[in-house]
Write a protein that binds this ligand. Structure first.
Ligand SMILES: [Zn+2]
Length: 425
């Protein structure tokens, strides 16, 4: 009997479960961090769904030893995740301001006018392109989620309901619709076929056209321990070093980069055709790459300490919550952001440790968090329940939330911020 089991185990090749790098095709052998299994983070079950099962997917992140692209393997088709995506960009005032400023500065920098053409890939509900429309600059949005694209079209932002790649880029180019400016904000991470996508961007660009891409900066994710921003909708995590390599491989040249505060620290990369006559390379590019080299991101060993710091955060958070439970303290959450799914599942925190959470978004109230089924209530619930501790799940908004909930001090309540390090305030 034992013999049989041994021989079966011998045939299980664990390495076969690992895939190849989304960019360079090298085998993925090195773990960046393994966050276990969790359900899709943007699906909030209703009470009627409580007795149904939920599908869990692995959140095992690898770093490619050849190109240093940090990535999840694809586990679910992009169509299933994004075709009816619930995220509407226009819900955030600060994000709209960011978009308006971008349009103003790009118009001035590139001299865009009524004869120019701007294409945004993953244009969402027209949150950004509307500001080019206001400035009389012709635009086209490309957005795969039909329900979101419909909102854009209603606003007067022409939008194609399609996934972007070489096929669509070639169609547009054949119609003479190449662009002076192509942009993609927070889309690069969500692209399953990265090479087809970047090649498509190149095809769509006029000879002297400019491409801008914004994405969360891997160096900041590591430095600030933002492991909960790793979730299934984000397949790839980019450093400047890797981004430049990807662009070069597709005949594009990065000529400028800006550091932004959005999403815990993002980059806005400017690129053009490698053989473009304009767009001299700015000093910002070398400066950013030097910073990453100093942080050890050009050597695979520089990626090793992340898993350790993530585990330390888990232990510290659990130690705090278990201690609070043993002392019969009441613990509530604040917020139900997508990233809370990663944090709670990885740490193994359920209703036994955080009784409920609250959220200002009425679409989430009355539902539960995916997997853990921690109920989501209206923020008034905090005042009624008088918890001893409030765990701030969208920790990036902690200052604003602490100000709003200052009244918990009336009954001696305190705030808990889980990231970058567990802090009781
Ligand atoms: Zn690679």
């Amino acid at each position: 009997m034992n013999m049989t089991i041994t021989s079966v185990l011998d045939t299980v090749d664990v390495s076969a479960a690992k895939g190849t790098c989304r960019f360079c095709g090298d085998g993925l052998r090195r773990t960046f961090v393994d966050l276990g299994m969790s359900p899709l983070c943007e699906s909030y079950p209703s009470v009627a769904d409580l007795n149904r099962g939920e599908t869990y997917y692995p959140l095992h992140v690898y770093v490619c030893e050849k190109c240093f692209l940090v990535q999840l393997e694809q586990y679910e088709s992009a169509e299933n995740i994004f075709s009816d995506y619930a995220y509407f960009s226009s819900y955030s005032d600060s994000w709209l301001k960011h978009a308006d400023n971008y349009c103003g500065s790009m118009k001035a920098r590139l001299g865009l006018n009524e004869y120019s053409f701007v294409v945004e890939v993953a244009s969402n509900d027209g949150y950004l392109l509307q500001y080019f429309v206001q400035r009389n600059i012709p635009v086209l949005g490309v957005e795969p989620a039909a329900n979101v694209a419909k909102v854009a079209i209603k606003k007067g932002v022409p939008t194609l309901v399609k996934f972007f790649g070489t096929t669509l880029a070639e169609e547009l180019a054949a119609e003479g619709r190449c662009a002076d400016l192509v942009l993609g904000n927070n889309v690069l991470a969500q692209v399953p076929d990265l090479n087809d996508f970047v090649e498509g961007l190149k095809i769509l660009l006029k000879p002297e056209g400019v491409l801008t891409l914004e994405f969360p900066h891997l160096q900041k994710l590591i430095e600030h321990n933002e492991f909960d921003t790793i979730y299934h909708e984000h397949f790839s995590y980019f450093s400047m070093i890797t981004t430049v390599k990807i662009m070069e491989e597709h005949g594009l040249r990065v000529f400028d980069v800006e550091e932004l505060r959005s999403h815990g620290g993002s980059l806005r990369v400017f690129a053009c055709h490698a053989d473009a006559k304009t767009h001299a390379v700015e000093a910002s590019v070398a400066r950013l790459i030097e910073g990453e080299e100093e942080a050890g991101l050009c050597d695979v060993s520089g990626y090793e300490s992340f898993a350790k710091q993530v585990k330390e955060t888990k232990l510290a958070l659990l130690e705090f919550l278990v201690g609070a439970a043993q002392e019969d303290k009441k613990v509530a959450g604040y917020g139900a952001p997508g990233k809370s799914a990663t944090l709670l599942h990885y740490c193994g925190i359920g209703k036994d440790l955080i009784e409920f959470t609250v959220d200002r978004n009425p679409h989430k109230q009355g539902r539960v968090l995916p997997g853990t089924h921690i109920p989501i209530f209206h923020p008034d619930r905090i005042r009624e329940a008088k918890p001893d501790y409030v765990v701030i799940l969208p920790w990036n908004l902690k200052d604003e939330i602490i100000q709003q909930l200052e009244y918990i001090r009336e009954w001696g309540g305190r705030f808990v911020v889980p990231i970058p390090k567990v802090a009781v305030i």
